[in-house]
Design a protein around this ligand. Structure first.
Ligand SMILES: *[C@@H]1O[C@H](CO)[C@@H](O)[C@H](O)[C@H]1NC(C)=O
Ligand SMILES: *[C@@H]1O[C@H](CO)[C@@H](O)[C@H](O)[C@H]1NC(C)=O
Ligand SMILES: *[C@@H]1O[C@H](CO)[C@@H](O)[C@H](O)[C@H]1NC(C)=O
Length: 215
């Protein structure tokens, strides 16, 4: 478990264990690797600043569900969603670009080879934010975003940033079997919807989204 997720695991354990045991659990001797230390999640930006909220969700997310158009015979031409690990940058240095580490063996990649159009959703339900505030994942208060666009391979210039972004947030990727021919890809975002309050999804343009400066 990495980054912000660790905080929620600790909260659950904290409720179950005696304070003395908790102190032991978080003692330096038992701490996890550098990128797996409990990093407190930064505060949610003001909900009316939808572009900033979208960048926030994209940055704190370790994964998202990507919907593609299936080439599987049983569901050819139909939407098909899968969970993919992602990163838009190292902690505190998000770019807004969702990067993926993909293999040609994946069903989603078969789909993308035929049709690169995709829709990606990310939700604060994957952090302790919604659980702590008792927001149901479907509630707009449990902030989630939907991004549409095309999935493209990352070029040589962008490769180092994509790799650093993914490997700092998902250290185990380094040891994924090379026989699977992993490659770096990203979502080229064309449309953005933000569900962060009642009254319907807010539309954010990619220009507004990439214009946001984080930290
Ligand atoms: C690589 O991709 C980046 C980001 O899309 C772009 O700015 C850059 O011009 C590309 N470089 C080459 C050599 O195509
Ligand atoms: C990203 O999408 C825009 C808009 O559809 C398109 O003009 C651009 O060529 C795409 N970039 C890449 C790298 O596919
Ligand atoms: C970009 O950010 C600046 C400074 O916050 C703001 O004044 C400007 O309106 C923004 N532009 C867009 C397209 O969002």
């Amino acid at each position: 478990m990495a980054g912000w997720d660790y905080a929620s695991a600790r909260a659950v354990l904290g409720a179950l264990l005696a304070p003395a045991l908790l102190a032991l659990l978080v003692s330096p001797a038992l701490s996890f690797g550098d990128w797996e230390k409990p990093t407190p999640m930064p505060p949610l930006p003001p909900r009316e600043d939808a572009a900033r909220v979208a960048r926030f969700v994209a940055h704190v997310s370790e994964w998202g569900a990507l919907a593609t158009i299936s080439v599987l015979e049983a569901v050819r031409g139909q939407p098909f969603a899968d969970v993919l690990s992602l990163s838009d940058g190292p902690p505190g240095a998000g770019s807004g670009v969702p990067y993926f580490f993909l293999s040609p063996l994946q069903l989603s990649v078969h789909n993308l080879e035929e049709n690169p159009h995709a829709s990606l959703t990310m939700s604060l339900a994957q952090t302790d934010f919604c659980r702590k505030h008792l927001f149901d994942p479907q509630s707009p208060l449990c902030v989630h975003i939907m991004l549409s666009g095309t999935v493209t391979k990352v070029n040589e210039t962008e490769m180092d940033f994509a790799k650093h972004s993914l490997f700092t947030r998902h250290p185990e990727m380094k040891s994924w079997p090379s026989s699977h021919n992993w490659f770096f890809a990203k979502l080229n975002i064309t449309n953005i919807w933000v569900l962060d309050y009642f009254g319907g999804a807010k539309i954010v343009t990619p220009e507004e989204y990439y214009n946001v400066t984080i930290q």
